[in-house]
Design a protein around this ligand. Sequence first.
Ligand code: SF4
Length: 386
Amino acid sequence: MDQFAPTGRLGVYLHVPFCLRRCPYCDFTVAVMRTVPEADFVEAMLRELEQRRAELVGRQLTTIYFGGGTPSLLSVASLGRLLDGVKAAAGERSAGLEVTLEVNPESVVEGWAEQVAAAGFTRVSLGAQSLNDEVLRTLGRNHTGADVRRAVERLHGAGIRHISVDLIYGAPGATMAGFLEEVSAVAIWPEVDHISAYELTFEPRTAFTVARERGRLTPWDDDLLASCFDEVELRLNAAGFSRYEISNFARPGGVSLHNSSYWVGDEYVGLGPGAHSLRVDAASSTVVRRANDRSTRNYLGEEQASFSSEELTSETHLRELLMLACRRVAPLSLAELRSRSGQVDRVLGPHLDAWVERGLCRVVEGAVQFTPEARRLADSLAAEIF
Ligand code: SF4
């Protein structure tokens, strides 16, 4: 039988697509607008939530995540309405429900963080990207390095106990030494318990990609990027952070539950333009992926959000979970996977045997532990899986 059992846990993602301008490296689902149609958007999202209420019950809600775009362009009152709506629609909630808001540093004006904490957010992911004002200008950002530090202090002062800072390496004009200094600077801020260090990627049709194709921009070479990947880990380890995924580092207790839930195959409901969902159909135990239409205009105008969906075979879903496991430090429990699918050994066995042979992972007591080398090769291992 091609069936897959759910983990029983659920995350909810709310996509707020608005940005004041598009950053030159960004290919996310974004609606660039000077004036955000806030009231219409909140009504549309509450409508979608109501229509999909059934998908939120019968699972334990463990995480809620507001991402974008720029969710902090909505008023805290609107964010709170959406958050309350999700909580009311859900069935059982975990005691340690994690509620994350993605925030741009310039949004954290005086008094704002207190409102966010009072609305029920427990975690903030700060889109800093850099502390260097020149690099920030190149990246098309509206804030300064000083804004980042001030935002962290205000969020912590308001009682937000989990603060994550995003940083990007490989930006044009930036140097590895400069980036590592920024990493070290953020790592000693005691308020921060999570750092995401992303390599700049050149996605099709972004302004940076076009500039690179025309020879107007020189990307970092692969050796420099690889050195930076290793050096970041050394610096963060020395400051008490551990890598738990390719780009993510946390102090003890600071791991992002929401991101982790994607990697272990928890179900998630994505609301808003372009949002993705994954659910296990209760009747057939089949895995279904849904993608909402990316158009914000359509989302605001339609009574029912348009979407496409596809049913994944157990084989495809298992391959996806293996691909995600290669990127993580936590071991992949084969026993847990076997309790969810009868296809684990047939589908994953040949890959695991080959990788054990090549020294890329070990299987100990029914759990697969990948090596740092496997994480470095994660993209090429993914190509082997599919
Ligand atoms: S703020 Fe974030 S989502 Fe908006 S354009 Fe910039 S990178 Fe993209």
